[in-house]
Design a protein around this ligand. Structure first.
Ligand SMILES: Cc1cc2nc3c(=O)[nH]c(=O)nc-3n(C[C@H](O)[C@H](O)[C@H](O)COP(=O)(O)O)c2cc1C
Length: 189
């Protein structure tokens, strides 16, 4: 327990840009936001449009105590474009849950939205926690995208096996929140 606490202490005072994409597991990002903030991190949540179908920016803004960014076209705090501002501020870029779609965007360097633009613009460590239907996760396309990202230094928290929201049993469940918090802390100096 002491070891866990000292590990998590590394989050204190650090800026975590938390990307939330359109997975059914997006509701779990409320707990994740809360736990990261309680560990002392400054959390800036970035949601995709799809994610807002699953959980509201109001919830994540309240829990993070910071405004939530969704659109690439929102004006930032200063003169810089919002995605550059967030990308530069981040000590860690954490994407949880990460959809198959965002993983594909990142692997191809495509930037159709704020989240994918931050991925390309940041030089902070990147930690991705995929969550999706097992067949989507095991699909060659997704597996190839994951390999590409891994070869570029992206860190992953693999999804776990269990009963999936889609009705299937298999791999694809978002990793436990305490594990995501712990691995986030582990990537910080
Ligand atoms: C009910 C429902 C649940 C979904 N869950 C997931 C999921 O867990 N993982 C995933 O990759 N896509 C999931 N999708 C599909 C994504 O929402 C869809 O691919 C979307 O375009 C992703 O957008 P984003 O990556 O910009 O957030 C789900 C869709 C629906 C309607």
């Amino acid at each position: 327990m002491e070891q866990i606490n000292s590990h998590v202490e590394k989050l204190a005072g650090k800026v975590v840009v938390l990307g939330v994409s359109g997975s059914i597991a997006a509701y779990k990002s409320a707990d994740l936001t809360s736990e990261l903030r309680k560990a002392g991190a400054e959390v800036f949540v970035v949601m995709t449009e799809s994610a807002t179908r699953f959980i509201t920016p109001l919830t994540l803004g309240t829990l993070s105590r910071n405004p939530v960014a969704v659109s690439l076209w929102d004006e930032g705090q200063g003169w810089q474009p919002g995605h550059i501002e967030l990308a530069d501020q981040a000590d860690l870029f954490l994407v949880a849950p990460a959809t198959a779609n965002q993983i594909a965007n990142f692997a191809r360097g495509q930037c159709p939205d704020l989240l994918a633009s931050i991925y390309l613009a940041t030089r902070a460590p990147v930690l991705i926690a995929p969550a999706m239907n097992g067949k989507m996760y095991e699909h060659e396309a997704t597996q190839e995208n994951l390999k590409i990202l891994e070869s570029r230094g992206v860190h992953f928290i693999d999804p776990v096996v269990g009963e999936l929201a889609c009705g299937y049993e298999g791999v694809g469940k978002l990793a436990p929140i305490d594990q995501i918090v712990l691995e986030s802390a582990g990537l910080l100096a």
